[in-house]
Design a protein around this ligand. Structure first.
Ligand SMILES: *[C@@H]1O[C@H](CO)[C@@H](O)[C@H](O)[C@H]1NC(C)=O
Ligand SMILES: *[C@@H]1O[C@H](CO)[C@@H](O)[C@H](O)[C@H]1NC(C)=O
Length: 238
């Protein structure tokens, strides 16, 4: 059912959007593939309304819900900026194109929205709800992507990302700003602010996984919608 929908979609999409964002490369020519990927991704992240591909930069995330052992948080109506500046490198691609690993460096990510949080932040009790911003984030993301190959009705091969495994590493201090902590009690909020500045890395490690999970899942959806419209046979040459 899902597959036939996908194939129907490919046929439809192929009609409205036939020019490829990826220029042809030999399979063994990794620098060429890296360049074409780095040229294509920002265009996909910009969104392609004709293909139903939503913008990934900025990326809207309706809800991120996290229940960590000592801390619960929900982020609503979040917007994540900066994926267009990510640069992919160190690609390793297996021979049948079903596995790609490498790293992406994203030098300037930031995010804002509305938060609701309660629990213990590392060692500090925290409670609040209001606007939040995370600024100045620079990340390296080591990734390993498993792909499936699907034959389109036109007989050509399409790739489809099945799973992204990733390991994020923060490269620079992140400024965490939660407004209206403790219902506006400024003295308590000031303690958290100071703590967050001194312990940004531990806080990043504590908070980041649920955010990456939702965000990369949305990226995967966007890229898969594009991959469904484009056949690799004409692009990755033997
Ligand atoms: C999120 O945005 C929607 C639509 O603008 C709004 O109805 C909702 O109240 C917002 N949620 C929060 C928690 O601010
Ligand atoms: C929260 O952010 C929204 C959107 O940026 C803004 O309109 C609103 O005034 C902010 N609320 C507070 C209390 O600062």
């Amino acid at each position: 059912m899902y597959l036939s929908l996908l194939i129907t979609f490919m046929c439809f999409a192929g009609e409205v959007f036939s020019s490829s964002l990826f220029s042809p490369c030999k399979k063994s020519d990794l620098p060429c593939i890296e360049t074409t990927v780095n040229n294509a991704l920002p265009k996909i992240f910009d969104g392609i309304p004709e293909l139903g591909i939503l913008k990934s930069d900025p990326q809207f995330i309706a809800v991120i819900d996290a229940d960590l052992s000592a801390l619960k948080y929900t982020f609503y109506n979040s917007t994540n900026y900066g994926y267009k500046n990510c640069e992919v490198s160190n690609l390793i691609i297996n021979d049948d194109l079903t596995r790609i690993s490498g790293k992406a460096v994203c030098p300037s990510l930031h995010m804002n929205g509305v938060y609701d949080m309660k629990g213990v932040l590392i060692t500090l009790p925290i409670e609040g709800n209001g606007n939040y911003t995370f600024e100045g984030a620079s990340f390296q993301l080591d990734f390993d992507i498993k792909l499936d190959k699907i034959k389109g009705s036109e007989g050509k091969t399409h790739l489809f990302i099945r799973k992204i495994t990733y390991k994020p590493k923060a490269l620079t201090p992140i400024q965490f700003n939660f407004q209206n902590l403790f219902n506006g009690k400024e003295d308590l909020a000031a303690v958290v602010k100071k703590f967050a500045k001194e312990n940004w890395l531990d806080i990043t490690l504590l908070l980041q996984d649920p955010i990456w999970e939702v965000s990369l899942d949305l990226l995967k959806t966007a890229v898969n919608k594009y991959l469904a419209t484009f056949a690799i046979d004409d692009t990755i040459l033997n």
